[in-house]
Write a protein that binds this ligand. Sequence first.
Ligand code: ZN
Length: 78
Amino acid sequence: MKESCPGSKEITNPSPEDLKCVHCGTVNEIWSDEPDTQCKSCKKTIDRVMKINCLMWCPAAKECVGTEKYEKLTKAMK
Ligand SMILES: [Zn+2]
């Protein structure tokens, strides 16, 4: 098993975080590997700035978090 960097831990071991809806102010739960979620109150999509910048420059990012998640997250960051 390859050792992963601290930045990718949020993706390989996601944890719930609070995300406040910009539309209605409701606090929603979002997992640290999700770039967006749907507000439970107003049903609008809430985007957020992903903290996981290492994916953008790390040459091993793809194998670090897995191809599927890598592509989903890098797409969301553009
Ligand atoms: Zn809302």
